[in-house]
Design a protein around this ligand. Sequence first.
Ligand code: TMP
Ligand code: ASP
Length: 235
Amino acid sequence: MKRSLLYSGKAKDIYLTEDDELIVSCYKDQATAFNGLKKEEVIGKGRLNNQISSLIFEKLNRAGIATHFVEKLSDTEQLNKKVAIIPLEVVLRNYTAGSFSKRFGVAEGIQLEQPIVEFYYKKDELDDPFINDEHVAFLDIASKEEIAYIKEETRKINGLLSSWFAEIGLTLIDFKLEFGKDKDGQIILADEFSPDNCRLWDADGHHMDKDVFRRGLGEMTDVYQIVWEKLQELD
Ligand code: TMP
Ligand code: ASP
């Protein structure tokens, strides 16, 4: 199935296949934070994130969200539609945390009256700067209509994910999405959804996500394993 390596990212390697429209995403046992400044091999992380992301994307597909997910191929690999990634990190926040708390000098864990959508320009050399809609237009990343669609889709996805996580006793604090354009130019959800790119707090306020690694709070795979076990309780 895999042909040649197309791209090697921090958390995944992407391979071309014999089919021009499909790629294989191979999840790696590597954890990074602070734009790769902190980097460690973490055995079992690739399997957990592939399993978690596959389960969530399958549920999103079933709920009518257009995504790149086709099928899980193995413990660490999944088949995805090939897209041209839109260079935006789309962050949605339900509660204050992380860089939001730092930027505005507010405590973590305050529920926002309305979820806030933010854009970051996906460019490692620039450290993924915080940008607004007008910068997105200036950089020619997406049209006004496309920006509106991405925001609307992100809010819709938030509604689904927040309720699924609530069912298993976890609060979805915030998350990051990436979108891409398929062969027909349609914008679909791409990349992954795992505890690497969201914040999940349990009822006691424990971090069940990559903050465990970023902040040195323990073994990240221990909490990812719990998230994976809980997610399997969903239909
Ligand atoms: P932040 O509070 O650090 O801006 O992060 C917001 C959300 O985005 C959080 O769920 C973690 C996720 N995230 C990524 O997936 N990749 C990144 O490079 C960063 C900085 C955050
Ligand atoms: N994704 C970034 C990195 O891998 C930052 C982060 O998640 O904190 O370095």
